[in-house]
Design a protein around this ligand. Structure first.
Ligand code: LLP
Length: 417
């Protein structure tokens, strides 16, 4: 589904015109569609229908409380990677009993917090973590539910920064060490083995690596059954890619089909941890052209959003489609090639290279596919307050995070005595 539809030449998200959102909430701002979030979730639910499964939304992709709440209302579980994310899930009305906790460096304080909240499972990523967790659970007089995140050494064929399932990655425990570690976990008194987990990477367009990883996980499950270690669930992580430009993207059902084919009718509960594919194409970043600079070599459109608001282009050289919003609000100009850049003082501060657009100062631009890892990775670099977030629901636009103020940015700091 396309996030933007043109109604009488004006770009809308659901029933709300983007220029009206800019006028009411200011720019830059992130705009999300509740219908698009719901449709993305429903596609997973439909693909997994008839199977004992749980969709654990990867909170890191976009942790706004309203977004978590939309998924909680749809029955989602959550994949978290910090105590902060757990606090968000609880504040958003999510059920801790549907939470899995991933991450290579959980602190003892985070383990305590999660045990006290009663999460469903810790995805343990090292031998040390197993021992730490056993100790912390013992101190609380509890048993910690665990899965081991195994590293299947499968190449996910994606950007190296977001590949996690190769031997060289810091994530998970080595495939060959997993059996021994599960035996150790079985012998630790304050742990309860619940499942097995793997996540091989993000923005995966080819479904085969996930299916290969599933096959390797099943190999291990069967080997462990011989040791008397049985699982109530198998967690196959997230990773399904989305279309940013012209990528060949499968539907959710088609992407999951090879993996589900490997699982066939296994009776363990299936967990998945999608992030990007639930929110990525349900959000855009709305920004205004402040300055046009026509140079000898390049033309620059300096907009009011920057790399601190959307880091993906600077960090991964990621492409986000950028389109002009609303016709008729500016004098017609000829299309030219522009570097779409922010006002931050470094050349890495770009949102798009070489985009052909007919622009005038004051124009609104929509930077698409920005719902995932956009706001969540934003910062205050250059003392720029983080932007507002708006959720459209039918004909209504709701402010779900107000713009920060400079005073709020300064508040935690103090001068020397
Ligand atoms: N589960 C685990 C353990 C993860 O590490 C991740 C993402 C997910 C699930 C969700 O993966 P997804 O379905 O979103 O692909 N900032 C990068 C993406 C980092 C992904 C990190 N892990 C980007 O903007 O492309």
């Amino acid at each position: 589904m396309n996030l933007i539809s043109d109604i009488d030449g004006v770009a809308h998200v659901e029933g709300v015109a983007l220029p009206a959102i800019a006028a009411r909430f200011g720019t830059p701002c992130y705009v999300y569609s509740r219908a698009a979030l719901t449709a993305a979730y429903d596609a997973y639910a439909a693909a997994l229908a008839g199977r004992d499964a749980r969709i654990c939304y990867a909170v890191k992709a976009n942790s706004n409380l309203a977004i978590l709440n939309v998924f909680a209302r749809l029955g989602a579980g959550f994949d978290i990677v910090s105590g902060g994310e757990l606090a968000r899930v609880v504040a958003a009305g999510g059920d801790p009993a549907k939470v899995v906790f991933s991450g290579v460096g959980k602190t003892r304080a985070e383990m305590r917090q999660a045990l006290e909240a009663g999460i469903y499972c810790f995805n343990v990523e090292s031998a040390s973590e197993l021992e730490h967790l056993n100790t912390v659970a013992g101190e609380l007089g509890k048993r910690a539910p665990i899965a081991l995140r195994v590293n299947p050494n499968v190449d996910p064929k994606t950007h190296p920064y977001i590949s996690t399932g190769l031997k060289s990655a810091k994530f998970g425990v080595a495939f060959d060490a997993a059996r021994e570690l599960y035996r150790r976990a079985r012998d630790l008194p304050h742990l309860e083995i619940r499942g097995i987990d793997c996540h091989i990477g993000s923005q995966l367009l080819d479904p085969q690596p996930a299916a290969d990883a599933a096959a390797k996980v099943l190999e291990l499950v069967d080997a462990l059954a011989a040791d008397g270690i049985v699982f109530s669930h198998i967690d196959l992580g997230g990773g399904m890619g989305i279309r940013y430009q012209d990528e060949n993207v499968l539907s959710t059902a088609d992407y999951l089909a090879p993996m589900l084919g490997v699982l066939k009718d296994r009776k363990e509960k299936l967990l998945v941890e999608p992030g990007r594919s639930l929110v990525g194409n349900a959000g855009l970043l709305l920004t205004r052209v402040e300055v046009l600079k026509h140079g000898e070599e390049k033309n620059f459109a300096v907009v009011d959003a920057a790399m601190n608001d959307l880091a993906r282009p600077a960090l991964y050289d990621a492409w986000h489609t950028i389109r002009k919003v609303g016709a008729g609000d500016t004098v017609a100009t000829a299309a030219q090639r522009y570097e779409i850049v922010g006002p931050i003082c470094e050349s890495g501060d770009f949102l798009g290279h070489d985009r052909e657009l007919a622009l005038a100062e004051g124009d609104l631009l929509a930077i698409l596919s920005a719902g995932a890892y956009g706001m969540a990775m934003s910062s205050n670099y250059n003392t720029r307050p983080r932007v507002a977030e708006v959720m459209v629901d039918g004909a209504a636009a709701h402010l779900i995070r107000r713009r920060e103020t400079v005073a709020e940015l300064l508040a935690p700091e103090s001068l020397l005595p």
